[in-house]
Design a protein around this ligand. Structure first.
Ligand code: ADP
Ligand code: TYD
Length: 208
């Protein structure tokens, strides 16, 4: 039986640099001879990628907060069953660009105060926290500018605007304080390589 792999999530507001940092960490681990799985949410498995399109495209009011929560949870369950759990069981580390904390903050804290429901659904359907969560901390104005500059066609959440991103930013900072045993807050308002150094230090400090 291989030693189970470790699950690391990247969290933060839209445009904070999560995808960039997740990729840089995966490249670093590969350069050291590791074989990590780099994945993302919503998505990360065939079924969850289909659900992703329903979530990130279209009108900001397309779904009620409750329906949205169910869709994110369905996508996460598929991602966990098909991608994350098999990789961890095979001894591979898994790096995911967003995980359950995004639902806690986006749907739980800012989209209708569903936090109680978010936590109940999480324990019923997911039941797993990352071993390490890197929260990239970025001023919302700058992150929004970076995110919209990408013109990805996936801006449904960015279109909720600056007050929404500001509330999310506060939510992620509060989460870092509430779960210090697994969360590390990293200043994202620096050159990518400087941010990556802190991410690697957090990874290296994690219990094996
Ligand atoms: P997220 O996954 O959090 O939305 P991305 O990694 O996709 O963020 O980054 C958003 C945009 O900002 C991209 O165009 C990316 O190239 C750029 N970017 C990422 N990190 C930095 C950084 N440290 N400094 C400047 N620009 C960055
Ligand atoms: P993502 O592709 O990571 O967006 P970005 O690169 O802009 O950070 O995620 C798509 C959107 O989905 C993003 O605005 C955050 C939102 N989201 C939730 O609202 N709840 C969730 O559980 C997840 C995973 C994402």
């Amino acid at each position: 039986m291989p030693t189970p792999g470790r699950l690391i999530s990247f969290e933060g507001i839209d445009g904070s640099g999560k995808s960039t940092q997740a990729r840089l960490l995966a490249e670093h681990l590969r350069a050291q001879g590791g074989d990590p799985v780099l994945t993302r949410e919503p998505g990360g498995s065939a079924g969850a990628e289909e659900i992703r399109r329903l979530l990130v495209e279209g009108d900001p009011d397309r779904w009620s907060p409750e329906t949205e929560l169910l869709l994110f949870t369905a996508a996460r369950r598929d991602h966990l069953e098909r991608t994350i759990a098999p990789a961890l069981a095979a001894g591979r580390d898994v790096i995911t660009d967003r995980f359950a904390d995004s639902t806690r903050i986006y749907q739980g804290a800012t989209r209708g105060d569903l936090r109680g429901l978010v936590d109940e659904l999480h324990s019923l359907m997911i039941g797993r926290e990352p071993d390490l969560t890197v929260i990239i901390d970025m001023p919302p104005e700058l992150a929004l500018r970076r995110g919209l500059a990408r013109q990805s066609g996936e801006d449904r959440f960015e279109e909720f605007g600056l007050p929404f991103q500001t509330a999310l930013h506060a939510g992620f900072r509060a989460l870092a304080e509430a779960a210090p045993e697994r969360c590390v807050l990293v200043d994202g308002n620096r050159a990518p390589e400087a941010v990556a150094r802190d991410v690697r230090a957090a990874w290296e400090g994690m219990p094996v």
